[in-house]
Design a protein around this ligand. Sequence first.
Ligand SMILES: [Fe+2]
Length: 252
Amino acid sequence: MELIEAEYPKPGHVLLHLSDLHLVGGPNTLHGSVDSAARLQEICDQIIASRIRPEAIIFTGDLADKGELHAYERLREMIEPMCAALGAKAIWAMGNHDNRANFRAAFSDASEASKPQDPVDRSYFVNGLRIITLDTTVPGHHYGELSESQLEWLAAELATPAPDGTILALHHPPVPCVQDLAVLVELRGQAALAAVVRIRTFAPSWVATCITPRRRASPASRCQSPRPRVTPRTWQCVLADSVAAMVRSRTT
Ligand SMILES: [Fe+2]
């Protein structure tokens, strides 16, 4: 019998991506009709039953709908048992609905900043793969932006090699707006982010992709690199949205 080699190797990493949970504090429902906590619990149950064992679960923002402390405490109560059952690390990014200070109050071990209102940027290593969360939120506004000091921090982080590369996780997608209204939630200053990422596309700590809500984008593809990007590994990414069906995909 002839052995056929698969076009892509088996994934080297398995990650789970959840976004836009929009949990509310207290007994209220989201927009008066959606029980976002019940939906999250349903998803948690499905994930555990699926037998998928991700190394990390990445949450890309809008964890709480109104940024209430109680919503973050509730989130922690729900997520910690799932992570413990799966043996997965929880990775958190902020969205425009989130409140940094309240998030930090509930997740004091998830942020290293000294001031409650500092951006929640953090670098995680998961079995050789680095995942960097960038806090693109601008308090009081819905659009996203990264400050100069955040970009400097990112550049410094990327100077440290990551054996299996780097994934950026952020709430505001660093891609062109295709709908007129989307400009309200656009990530501003995308060229500055691309400039930080571009020079590291082929470095030891190459940036492989970005994961954001609803869509993923490769910043490397926006950098007009002179040669195609070939990554030595693939990973499996399971995307789940709090209101959409779970989608499973593989990317290189
Ligand atoms: Fe959002």
